[in-house]
Design a protein around this ligand. Structure first.
Ligand code: AMP
Ligand code: MN
Ligand code: MN
Ligand code: MN
Length: 274
């Protein structure tokens, strides 16, 4: 089974259209694919049309920002009804937070001498939803930093000029939005939050106790060790396993759609439960 259930289009911080992303998935030989833009489902209708043309199975998806005990994390919703009111009201809440944050980021950058950041980032986003990635791309293209890693570290996190704290909803709430829309809720990329394994395990147990369904066991950057430890956690905590590349299509990004290690244990694979 070749599945890739975590991908972005230009409706959030990816650079390709939903159709282009779906075509790449089809060319890569995916059997199952999901578009999971940040806090929006606007790309899904186009993705579905293209997937139908190509005979590719598309799972409706989204990646929602949330809090777990004051840490910002991402929750993937899969198999969602995109017309569900509870889900869309939640996504609108996050979209408003994002706009408010973008203005604060621009103000912080302005204070450190970087002018017109909002307008420039908006231009890069093509008028779609603004993310920090658009500010990052703008700062790189204006020569302030050489790559994504350094631009986040020097400008867009913590007490840096464009570092802004966002009060995302608690993950209990986000699980509700997703499950109200008939979807499964999964923690995205658990090894990417700079948490110790002890803390990740606490998060997974809390998530399971809050009714969450599973986590992304395999992504494009997973090591063999992470997959093996994560598989153990799936068994220990009775959680489902998902798989996705987190493809954005950025220049220099090595991540390719559908180019992933296999899930180690199909009995817990999310696709059997969608
Ligand atoms: P946002 O959702 O607007 O806060 O932006 C977060 C997105 O920025 C993530 O989904 C990643 O795509 C990207 N991102 C965050 N931190 C980094 C980093 N250190 N290097 C590269 N990309 C990052
Ligand atoms: Mn992203
Ligand atoms: Mn993410
Ligand atoms: Mn993502």
């Amino acid at each position: 089974m070749k599945a890739d259930l975590h991908n972005h289009s230009y409706f959030s911080d990816g650079v390709l259209s939903p159709s282009e992303v779906v075509r790449l998935a089809s060319d890569a030989g995916c059997d199952l694919f999901s578009l999971t833009d940040h806090d929006t489902t606007l790309g899904i209708t186009e993705a579905k049309d293209e997937a139908d043309k190509l005979g590719l199975s598309l799972v409706n998806g989204v990646e929602i920002s949330a809090f777990w005990r004051n840490s910002a994390i991402h929750i993937i919703g899969l198999g969602i009804d995109i017309d569900n009111d509870a889900l869309q009201t939640g996504l609108e809440f996050n979209q408003a937070l994002r706009l408010e944050r973008a203005k604060k980021i621009a103000l912080g950058l302005w204070r450190s001498g970087i002018k017109d950041a909002l307008e420039k980032a908006q231009k890069i986003s093509g008028g779609h939803m603004l993310t920090r990635t658009h500010f990052a791309q703008m700062l790189i293209s204006e020569g302030y930093c050489k790559d994504m890693k350094s631009v986040f570290r020097r400008y867009l996190t913590g007490r840096k000029p464009g570092g802004v704290r966002v009060e995302w909803q608690d993950f209990n709430e986000v699980i509700n939005w997703i499950q109200s829309a008939g979807g499964k809720a999964l923690i995205a990329h658990p090894f990417r939050y700079r948490m110790t394994h002890t803390k990740i395990k606490k998060m997974l147990v809390d998530f399971r106790d809050a009714g969450g369904d599973g986590f992304e066991l395999v992504n494009a950057n997973s090591s063999e060790e992470e997959i093996s430890i994560g598989n153990q956690w799936c068994n220990d905590y009775d959680l489902l396993a998902s798989i996705g590349s987190d493809f954005h299509g950025w220049p220099n990004q090595r991540v390719q759609i559908g180019n992933l290690a296999d899930l180690p244990n199909y009995s817990r694979a999310i696709w059997s439960y969608l």
